[in-house]
Design a protein around this ligand. Structure first.
Ligand SMILES: Cc1cc2nc3c(=O)[nH]c(=O)nc-3n(C[C@H](O)[C@H](O)[C@H](O)COP(=O)(O)OP(=O)(O)OC[C@H]3O[C@@H](n4cnc5c(N)ncnc54)[C@H](O)[C@@H]3O)c2cc1C
Length: 295
C-alpha cells in the first residue's frame, strides 16, 4: 500500500482518462492515472476515425499522435486494473489486488463493454464476479464458468482452475490455449445466467444449460456499480450532473461510462470537464455539497 494520498486518481486508460490526466497535469495537481493500457484497446481497433476534429486516419495513427503528446507533456501512466474503489475518511482507497492507492477525489473513466449475458447484474454477489483473484477462493472444488474477453485473461482462468474442480471457458476470441486439464472450452456464447436466488448455471446460444456454482466475467471493464458500492447508475451508465459529479462526494465520471453517444470527442470533452470540476472541488472541498450538484 502506498502511504501517500494523491489529489486525484483517474481510473481508465481510454481517451476520457487521458484527457482528464492531461488537464490535471496542466492544473499542477498531484494525480495518478491508472489503467490497463494507455488510450484503451478500442482505439487500436478503430479502422477509420472520421469524426475527430482535425484528424483523419485509423485508430493506430490517432494513438501514435496521442502517445507523442503524452510523452511531450510528460503525463505519467500507471498500469493497474482497479478492482474496488472505497470511500475512506475524506477521500478514497482504490485497490488492485494487494496494492492500493489513496486519493482525495476520483475520476471514473472506465468505458463500457457489452455483456453477453444481459441479466448478469441480477446475480452480483450471488455467484457473478468480475475478479478471479478476489472471489476465486470461494469456489474451492466447485464448478465455475468464465467468459474471457481476450487472451490476456487466460492467466486468470488458469488461476481459477487451480482452485475449482472444473472450469468451463467461454472465449470471445479465437485460438485459446489453456494448460490446465480441468479447463474445458465451450464455443457457444452465453446468453443468460440461471438460478433461483443464486447462480446455478448459464444458458448458451444453442439452448444448452451448463451447470455451475459461479460465473466470472474476465474482461477490462466491470460495471461501475461493481467497482464502487452505492454508486447511482441508470441503464448501466453512471448518473452524473452537468459538472460530471456523481452521487458520491468527490467521485466524478467521464466518457462512455456516463452514457451515449459513444464517441472519442465526447469522451475527451468529458475528461476535460471532470478535471475542471475536480479542480474546483479540491479548492472548495469542505463546502462542496454533492446534493447541490444535480440540476
Ligand atoms: C471498433 C470501434 C471503433 C470505433 N470507432 C469510433 C470512431 O471512429 N469515432 C468515435 O468517435 N468513436 C469510435 N468508437 C467509440 C470510442 O472507442 C469510444 O467512444 C471511446 O473509446 C470512449 O473512450 P473512454 O475513455 O470513455 O472509454 P474506453 O476507450 O473504453 O477506455 C476505458 C478504459 O478503461 C479501462 N478500464 C476499465 N475498467 C478498468 C479498471 N477497473 N481499472 C483500470 N482500467 C480500467 C479499459 O481497459 C479501457 O482501456 C469506436 C469503438 C469501437 C469499439
Amino acid at each position: 500500500m502506498e502511504n501517500k494520498t494523491y489529489d486525484v486518481a483517474v481510473v481508465g486508460g481510454g481517451i476520457a482518462g487521458y484527457t482528464a490526466a492531461l488537464t490535471l497535469k496542466n492544473f499542477k495537481k498531484d494525480f495518478v492515472w491508472l489503467g490497463i493500457k494507455p488510450f484503451g484497446e478500442k482505439l487500436f481497433n478503430a479502422e477509420q476515425v472520421r469524426n475527430f476534429p482535425s484528424f483523419s486516419g485509423n485508430g493506430v495513427e490517432l494513438a501514435a499522435l496521442l502517445e507523442r503528446q503524452m510523452i511531450v507533456e510528460e503525463v505519467p501512466f500507471t498500469r493497474a486494473k482497479i478492482d474496488g474503489i472505497y470511500a475512506a475518511g475524506d477521500g478514497f482507497t482504490l485497490t488492485c489486488g494487494k496494492i492500493s492507492f489513496n486519493a482525495r477525489a476520483v475520476i471514473l473513466a472506465t468505458g463500457v463493454e457489452t455483456e453477453t449475458a444481459g441479466n448478469a447484474s441480477e446475480y452480483l454477489g450471488r455467484g457473478v464476479s468480475y475478479c478471479a483473484v478476489c472471489d476465486g477462493p470461494l469456489y474451492k472444488n466447485k464448478t465455475v464458468v468464465c467468459e474471457l474477453s481476450s487472451k490476456n485473461y487466460e492467466e486468470e482462468a488458469e488461476y481459477l482452475a487451480g482452485i475449482a474442480k472444473k472450469v468451463y471457458a467461454f472465449c470471445r476470441y479465437k485460438n485459446s490455449g489453456f494448460r490446465a486439464e480441468n479447463i474445458e472450452t465451450v464455443d457457444d456464447p452465453i446468453v443468460k445466467i440461471v438460478g433461483e436466488g443464486r447462480v446455478s448455471g448459464v444458458v448458451t446460444k444453442s439452448g444448452k444449460t451448463v451447470a455451475a456454482d459461479g460465473v466470472f466475467f474476465l474482461k477490462d471493464s466491470a460495471p461501475p456499480a461493481v467497482l464502487v458500492g452505492g454508486l447511482e447508475t441508470e441503464g448501466g451508465h453512471v448518473k452524473v450532473a452537468r459538472d460530471l459529479s456523481t452521487n458520491i462526494r468527490g467521485l466524478f465520471a467521464a466518457g462512455d461510462v456516463t452514457g451515449r453517444p459513444y464517441q472519442y470527442i465526447k469522451a475527451a470533452g468529458e475528461g476535460l470537464v471532470a478535471a475542471y470540476s475536480i479542480h474546483k472541488f479540491l479548492i472548495h472541498e469542505k463546502s462542496f455539497a454533492t446534493q447541490n450538484l444535480f440540476p
